[in-house]
Design a protein around this ligand. Structure first.
Ligand SMILES: Nc1ncnc2c1ncn2[C@@H]1O[C@H](COP(=O)(O)OP(=O)(O)OP(=O)(O)O)[C@@H](O)[C@H]1O
Length: 620
């Protein structure tokens, strides 16, 4: 058979993986495979096969196979495809690690104690060496104070709690990054390694390129120390790494005894799109894919627009043109718009001031709406505000009753005889809060926070204590940066909190998927017949990506050159990966809309680079 018409070219890889999944002679592996190559499918199918031959034996010893995926939605999908068999423990990294560590309460307390002491020591040293009276110094003092308080509180906590999908705002709860860091730290210990292996002799990680690097290093260590009884199987695609805390060099220098299968088929995209994504990838690694022989050629178009003032209209125009070009009227009613970066959504939807500082500081959870500080506003303040707009007194009272500090069980039992006072105080606090929106006012987040803190209506996030409770009069010098020139997390929050509440509403609309846009992160693992990718450097605010530099239409910046020299990642490489993820979602046809002040130059450059043919480029 002609090799190029063989759609089963990669089938042997599943067999190779099944051979690895051998309880007597486990072989760890890293599956090298690009977009649409069927990684998720291989994961499910090899496990189903494994179950037939090894399920009984594993069950007899009370062991299971652990599968870690990135999102709850992906967990659900894999669980259902594995028919909810209890042999398989499918979970997100956070809930997996919490299950592993939660019975080690006194070790958790020790870890937190040491960690907090170290943080306090560091801050005290910075205070000693830094200038006093500055905002940074005052914030630091408050931070030391709140960490000392937490350290003191630790003594009375009997049991720590954690909810992988929650806000973890109570005194006895751990936050998301603590759980990951504790997990990574505990896994360096032989006892914890043995506990992991005893429960799960096989651990498979999907989207491994985005697994926190400390944890990934810990799993690699466990495998190294126990290679005869523990199998680590990594699925993922380094070209689709999106988060900055993933392990950059994953897949490089793997141990000799690992299997490294590589898939070359792309079962999703038509030939023309495979050619484009191969081009996007070509400067990064040698993985060049081949399309299925039974796919139609497919269509790619690059629409260049001279920074059109009406982008909605331009994009509608593009769908109409694509319907004609592809002879597919569904382009007008059923195409998916993907934007290259969240920055663009933030600019377009009007929450860029809130978004940008957090993005710059690489605060985890920004993109999926899970940052506890922001959830304080989206989950607590926003529902109250919505209830107020609907004049829904019942909902306001319910939220206040459920979350109010003033009416907490502890307060109510302490004031058994005066509970009416507490109800009265809560009502008063809610009125004060709601009065911030009077006369169509759009209050700043900091004012909301200060109001809530003053009335003690709700617990405010710990990390914001220094900003909320500091004594402004003590600040004698204003500054934007720390003594060593770096922006602190307090500066970041200060900028965010100085934005109006309306930006929280827009941010929430975006992160809860109620907007028309989807970004690379939200579409990980998904596919659509007709895709529009929108790229617009002007909306990127210039620092996180630049497709004009990716396409070679603009020179590299001095920062790019510096990063290249230091072996660090440039924004060009990041743009390349985002572009790869978005373009590779298309099953039939793909339109790329690029806004630029110099479309001619882009055209010249992409033609020279052979990204597109002349007939595939149109000015709009
Ligand atoms: N061996 C195969 N034969 C036919 N279709 C396949 C095969 N493998 C995968 N597919 C199909 O190709 C598409 C992509 O598969 P899948 O989502 O598993 O790939 P992936 O490698 O996880 O993709 P990505 O990394 O881009 O999200 C799906 O529609 C899937 O059903």
């Amino acid at each position: 058979m002609n090799v190029n018409s063989d759609n089963h070219f990669d089938d042997h890889i599943d067999e190779d993986i099944i051979e690895c999944l051998n309880l007597k002679n486990p072989k760890s592996f890293f599956l090298f495979a690009g977009a649409g190559s069927g990684k998720t499918r291989s994961l499910v199918e090899t496990l189903s096969e494994f179950k037939k031959n090894n399920g009984k034996q594993l069950r007899r010893y009370g062991k299971r196979v652990a599968i870690i995926t990135y999102t709850n939605a992906a967990c659900e999908e894999i669980k259902s495809r594995l028919e909810y068999d209890s042999l398989f423990s499918v979970s997100t990294i956070h809930s997996f690690i919490w299950d592993l560590i939660k019975n080690f309460q006194s070790d958790i307390k020790d870890w937190l104690t040491i960690n907090l002491k170290e943080q306090i020591k560091d801050l005290e040293l910075q205070n000693k060496n830094g200038r006093s009276g500055t905002k940074t110094a005052i914030n630091r003092e408050k931070s030391i104070e709140s960490k000392k308080k937490r350290l003191e509180n630790l003594k009375s906590i009997k049991s720590f709690i954690y909810n992988p999908n929650g806000d973890n705002r109570t005194r006895d709860s751990l936050n998301h990054s603590e759980v990951i860091n504790i997990g990574a730290s505990f896994l360096n210990n032989d006892l914890m390694q043995k506990i992991l292996i005893k429960g799960f002799p096989i651990l498979l990680i999907d989207e491994s390129q985005d697994t926190n690097k400390n944890l990934m290093n810990a799993f690699l260590l466990v495998q190294k120390m126990h290679s005869n009884e523990f199998l680590l199987g990594l699925f993922g695609d380094t070209m689709q790494r999106i988060y900055n805390d993933g392990k950059v060099d994953l897949g490089i220098d793997l141990p000799e005894d690992w299997m490294k299968p590589a898939k070359i088929m792309n079962h999703r995209c038509p030939p023309r799109i495979v050619k484009l994504i191969n081009k996007i990838r070509s400067s990064v690694d040698q993985q060049q894919q081949r399309p299925r022989a039974d796919k139609k050629e497919g269509t790619v178009r690059l629409f260049l627009s001279n920074n059109s003032p009406n982008k909605d209209l331009t994009e509608k125009n593009v769908t109409e043109k694509m319907a004609i070009i592809t002879n597919d009227s569904l382009w007008c009613s059923d195409s998916k718009t993907l934007i290259l970066e969240h920055h663009m959504a933030a600019s377009r939807m009007g929450f860029i001031d809130l978004f940008e500082p957090l993005y710059k500081a690489d605060v985890h959870g920004l993109l999926d709406g899970s940052i506890p500080e922001l959830r304080f506003f989206t989950q607590l303040i926003l529902p109250i505000k919505i209830a107020k707009d609907h004049e829904d007194q019942f909902s306001i009272a319910r939220i206040a009753r459920t979350y109010s500090n003033l009416m907490s069980k502890q307060s109510m039992s302490e004031k058994k005889d005066n509970q009416l006072d507490l109800i009265q105080a809560t009502n008063e606090a809610v009125s004060q809060l709601l009065s911030l929106w009077e006369n169509n006012n759009d209050p700043l987040l900091i004012d909301i926070l200060k109001c809530v803190a003053k009335t003690n209506l709700f617990n405010i996030p710990h990390s914001l204590y220094p900003i909320v409770y500091r004594d402004e009069k003590k600040i004698i010098k204003l500054e934007d940066t720390t003594e060593n020139g770096e922006t602190t997390i307090f500066d970041t929050w200060e900028k965010c909190l100085s934005t109006p509440f309306s930006q929280i509403i827009k941010y929430d609309t975006y992160t809860t998927d109620q907007s028309n846009f989807a970004t690379h992160q939200g579409v990980k693992g998904l596919e659509f017949p007709r895709v529009i990718v929108i790229i617009d450097d002007s909306e990127a605010k210039g620092f996180s990506f630049s497709y004009e530099r990716l396409f070679g239409a603009k020179e590299k910046t001095t920062t790019d050159l510096k990063n290249i020299k230091e072996g660090k990642e440039t924004s060009i490489e990041r743009t390349r990966r985002l572009f790869y993820v978005t373009c590779s979602r298309a099953k039939e046809s793909l339109a790329i809309v690029a806004y630029s002040s110099n479309p001619e130059k882009i055209k010249k450059s992409v033609l020279a680079e052979k990204w597109f043919d002349e007939k595939e480029i149109e000015f709009i």
